[in-house]
Design a protein around this ligand. Sequence first.
Ligand SMILES: [Zn+2]
Length: 499
Amino acid sequence: MTRAHSSSRTIAAKVCFIIVFGTFWQTAARAQNQQPKPAPLPFANEPQSPAQLENFPAHLLEELSSIKAAALSDDYAYRQVAHLTENIGPRCSGSPQAKAAVDYVAAELRQLGLDVQLEEVKVPHWVRGAETAELTEYAGQAAGTAQKIVLAALGGSTSTPAEGTTADVVVVHNFGELKSLGREKITGKIVLFNEIFDKQKAAGGMAFIAYGEAVRYRGAGPKAAADLGAVAALVRSVGSADFRLPHTGFSAPAGIPAGAVTAEDADLIADLSLQGKVRMHLTLTPQKLPDVTSYNVIADLKGSEHPEQVVVVSGHLDSWDLGTGAIDDGAGVVVAMEAAEILQKLHLRPKRTLRVIAWMDEENGGSGSQAYTKDHSAQFPNHVAAIESDAGAAHPLGFDVRMNPHAAELLRPVLGVLESFGANAVEPTSYPPGADIAAMSEAGVPALGILQDGRTYFHYHHTAADTLDKIVPAELRENAAAMAVMGYALASMKVPLPR
Ligand SMILES: [Zn+2]
């Protein structure tokens, strides 16, 4: 989740994507972790109201149970994510792999019998180049040596000269410190933002809060440094593990080269800078190529009674380029695909249209969701609910929901179905629970995000280690079950959720 936005009010929270306004960042850490929390919903085993019973009659609850059972023993989603990650590979916006992924997902959904449209999106095309750095001057340096620094360019970074650039490094810990140093001490320097990711928060189940605290430096730091004359900006990687892996991600256009160093290398630079001058030779040579025409994949399983009413089930098809986009967010796309696959296999037709969306360009600008909003906002009153899964593939605990509290209350019978594998928590949020469904949520569409166990998500997020092996097949099946059960429930309950 991450990106710049001109709206003064929208707060979209995303894992991979941030929305910036003006000079100040507000990160939408997912509300699952926010304090104070709204009162939790009563759980499923409590008595059900007449409205709940009417909305979910016994035959519908039986259908939901059969969908759950089918999903918990289905390997469709895993086979799909294996193909997306191992056969197609990284799917950065504008890349040949992103194009192949669009064609592949569209063909698979057609094969399921869905009505598939490719809806055009202009996406940025940024391509990683060389990325190396060495410390060339520091206290205690052995003659004739340099210290290697491990890093990766941030999305949208500009290039150094091919032979690199050499400058002194200034380490700051926050925007206030940068500002107090001022133009005189920043001009001509490489600025390193050394904000430390709060691993204890992540380990304690507040991973998205920790992410939100740290990621604002990745998002806005390079621009802030550029505004004071820095020649390049680096950030400490936003992540929770110490495997000397850099974490890439979106950064607001700054007009200077920008990269993420590993946590270990940030510590090294910070330690040495306390002992004296630190000078770095930095080479980052990414290229921004012309925008490319790409697509959101939109696939409808038409409703039997109200085809004009739509329930969206979705994930984003693009990924970063370092890994193969397994947990971010191949997993989200394939569990949405499986929701349709299960219904077709069981010959269940929802009352309303179930719309599978594989979003393009969540990571590098959000142009896919913007295009959908432009093309479909007139139909948002008939979008009865939207679900996105974009927080990994780990065991689902339930859903983040942003909706009328009365609407959330009506879902209690569905939680009863999900309770057997623990996906029955409902956390009301004040933020849209998914980047790509943020505009719908802002327009009043009841919005849900699958709430995964996030304790290890940021070990791998936006790194070269976001690969298929990080997905546990049994946990992916649980996610598919959560998506399919909730999607079908929303599409077949008697009356749509109140807004
Ligand atoms: Zn994502």
